[in-house]
Write a protein that binds this ligand. Sequence first.
Ligand SMILES: NC(=O)c1ccc[n+]([C@@H]2O[C@H](COP(=O)([O-])OP(=O)(O)OC[C@H]3O[C@@H](n4cnc5c(N)ncnc54)[C@H](OP(=O)(O)O)[C@@H]3O)[C@@H](O)[C@H]2O)c1
Length: 242
Amino acid sequence: MITGAGSGIGAATAARLAGDGYTVALCGRRPDRLERTRAGLPGKGHSVHPGDLTDVAQVRRAAAEITERHDGVDVLVHAAGGLVDAEPVVDGDGLGAVAADLSSSFAANVLSTALLTHALGPALRGRRGRVVAVGSIAGQRGGGLGYASAKAALHGWAYDRARALGSRGITVNVVAPGYTSGTEFFGDAMTDARHARLIGETLTKRAGEPGDIAATIAFLASADAGHLTAQVIGVNGGALPG
Ligand SMILES: NC(=O)c1ccc[n+]([C@@H]2O[C@H](COP(=O)([O-])OP(=O)(O)OC[C@H]3O[C@@H](n4cnc5c(N)ncnc54)[C@H](OP(=O)(O)O)[C@@H]3O)[C@@H](O)[C@H]2O)c1
């Protein structure tokens, strides 16, 4: 099960895991983008479950569809999320804007992850189940008040869920990408100068690619990673040593 699968890191993860032989279920808000991802996947039986993962009823429906259609969930990857344009609030002291930023960022990045994990918890396979949340370098070093706060909150969420699910042999980890090009994340906010500056921060002197993140997720999904849990793994070209 892969969220945010209509673009960027989620779509690359779907391609990677389908190539590795998994049957994948794809979730995101735009059905056409999910269908586009599905059309490019090798193998058969992949399914599309459109929905807004910040909404309890839509999460419940997507989880019910997935458990009906598939025989259990081996790997749950939360790539849905990102920067959110909160509704502009003009109130003089800025408090309304801070509240809107924090609320929308937490909904998109934390609530979505926590709700779907809870809904699919019983369907996660014991002994080999894997949960991977896509965090961000921003959660480790700042970068947007609401966004950085929400991505950092995923760390505590993962530690807690790893503790809760560990006795079933299920691992829970966060993969924290640095700058990754080839996604819709930056919208039209990326400039040549910003692109060059972000590459300059890396030790590898290149932008990350969605496939870099997908490869790390594929390792976490593998049998070899069964004793690796409650960790935050940076994939950032050394932009943030750790
Ligand atoms: N690109 C980077 O440089 C970078 C760096 C660090 C971390 N990240 C993180 O990587 C993850 C994947 O982002 P990306 O870079 O691949 O950007 P992206 O192309 O914008 O992908 C994000 C996906 O999440 C889906 N989504 C957003 N809100 C959703 C919701 N409420 N319910 C269901 N689906 C939702 C979007 O599809 P719909 O709009 O159709 O719902 C979209 O396909 C995000 O969590 C992002 O914060 C990205």
